[in-house]
Write a protein that binds this ligand. Structure first.
Ligand code: MG
Length: 451
């Protein structure tokens, strides 16, 4: 019945299955805008990601759908703002081991859509959208799952927090089975990579969608013996350099099966760096603040696209784009249509991937929980509320709203609201229309079911 409903949602039809491109999304956890060599980090070495960018396209203005793990993952997989799917909590909630709920069944994931086009679908890494029966990746369109179902600090063995002492041992899962408890986290990145390479090799002759949400560099940090102690940046750098090694192996596997001209690979991060973790957290480079905030450092992340023969080598684009755009992009590539019975926040990125000067979206909405904190329109960003630090600081109302010109002031240093009242008027009109899309479909605006 569910399969039939999904089929009915999509009005498009796929072309020849053999021609469909593979899609791989590599999703780091809490990796900041400034944490890669190609993004300007002075002491973290990322030769594979640097090469991926040199052979592909790098986005300088790429955004996540939220500033923390759970809603960010919901946004990527559904192509919708978390406030629409019920995956935005009151404040900055994420799913914890005692949380009862997960991604609602009514949501359609990229994996469910691509299955309709005949894709094999795999998820390897951290899920964090519900971990009980019926909530795991295999219940949301993935044929195969390997990884940990929530964050790597949510365990008695790996968190200093008193609450974590009441949690069960961290599970490592294959599909719906717990295959280990408290796996050696030094080996997580390596094991995910081996699983990903095996998956790619096994699908040399069939279109596949592979989603690789790494557990790292979310704290506590772990690197394997081959990387620990090797980076000038310390353990954080070791972890990033191992992730870079992993990216190199994934791209090599794609080349090995002869699918490099038939595979779109995208590398990004789920939110900004955990800067309140001090040296255990990364950096947003010249962007302000980090994880948990709606300053640029919280939600603007690295974005690197690679598809030899389709994406020209060495491109850089200033186009606005978000993780939610993967949905429409994947729909376009697979010949499927996006769901028509709900409001999507997703635009097809192919025009930008093929011509970096193209623009496909003008607006970015920065929610913290269910509250709209800031809005970007073109190069302008208006803040209604701000906060700093992932934990501790309370939101501050910006009344009147604060305006920054991001193209000229990427670090959000100078509030120019007094000088551009007409810009504010234009943004507020766009916000009024946006809010109307939230109230037009009240059934889509759920109170979180998972808290
Ligand atoms: Mg995260």
């Amino acid at each position: 019945m569910r399969a039939l409903l999904l089929w009915l949602l999509f009005t498009g039809c796929s072309g020849g299955v053999g021609e469909l491109p593979n899609i791989i999304i590599i999703f780091a956890d809490d990796l900041g805008y400034g944490d890669l060599g190609v993004q300007g980090h002075p002491t973290i070495r990322t030769p594979h990601l640097d090469r991926m960018a040199a052979e592909g396209l790098r986005f300088t203005q790429f955004y996540t759908g939220a500033s923390v793990c759970t809603p960010s993952r919901a946004a990527l997989l559904t192509g919708r703002l978390p406030v629409r799917s019920g995956m935005a909590g009151d404040n900055l909630r994420v799913i914890f081991p005692p949380s009862p709920g997960g991604l609602p069944d009514e949501e359609v994931t990229i994996a469910e859509m691509l299955k309709g086009a005949g894709y094999a679908t795999g998820a390897i890494g951290k899920w964090h959208l519900g971990h009980r029966e019926g909530q795991l990746p295999t219940s949301h369109g993935f044929d195969y799952y390997f990884g940990i179902p929530y964050s790597n600090d949510m365990s008695p063995a790996n968190s200093g927090g008193a609450r974590a002492q009441t949690y069960p041992p961290l599970p490592l899962m294959r599909n719906t089975d717990i295959i280990e408890e408290e796996p050696d986290q030094r080996l997580l990145t390596r094991r995910y990579t081996e699983e990903a390479v095996t998956y790619i090799r096994a699908h040399a002759n069939r279109p596949f969608f592979l989603y690789i949400p790494h557990s790292m560099p979310h704290i506590p940090l772990f690197a394997s013996e081959a990387f620990e102690g090797t980076s000038a940046r310390g353990l954080y750098g070791d972890v990033i350099e191992e992730l870079d090694w992993s990216v190199g192996h994934v791209l090599s596997a794609v080349r090995e099966i002869g699918q490099e001209e038939n595979t779109l690979v995208f590398f990004t991060s789920d939110n900004g760096p955990w800067i309140t973790a001090h040296l255990a957290g990364g950096t947003a480079g010249l962007l302000k603040d980090g994880k948990g905030t709606t300053w640029e450092g919280g939600m603007r992340v690295p974005g690197v696209a690679w598809w030899p023969g389709t994406i020209a080598a060495g491109g850089i684009t200033q186009a606005l784009a978000t993780t939610m755009d993967f949905f429409a992009t994947a729909a376009g590539l697979s010949g499927m249509a996006t769901p028509k019975d709900r409001i999507m926040d997703s635009v097809d990125l192919m025009p930008v991937l093929q011509e970096p000067a193209q623009r496909v979206r003008d607006m970015v909405y920065y929610y913290r929980g269910r509250r709209l904190f800031a809005v970007r329109q073109g190069s302008w960003k208006l803040h209604y509320f701000t906060q700093s630090a992932y934990v501790g600081d309370l939101p501050v109302a910006q009344d009147p709203p604060a305006l920054y010109q991001l193209d000229q002031d990427p670090s959000e240093r100078f509030n120019v609201a007094d000088r551009y009242p007409e810009v504010i008027t234009g943004i507020e009109e766009a916000v009024r229309l946006h809010r109307a899309t939230l109230v037009m479909a009240p059934s889509q605006l759920r109170v979180p079911e998972w808290e």
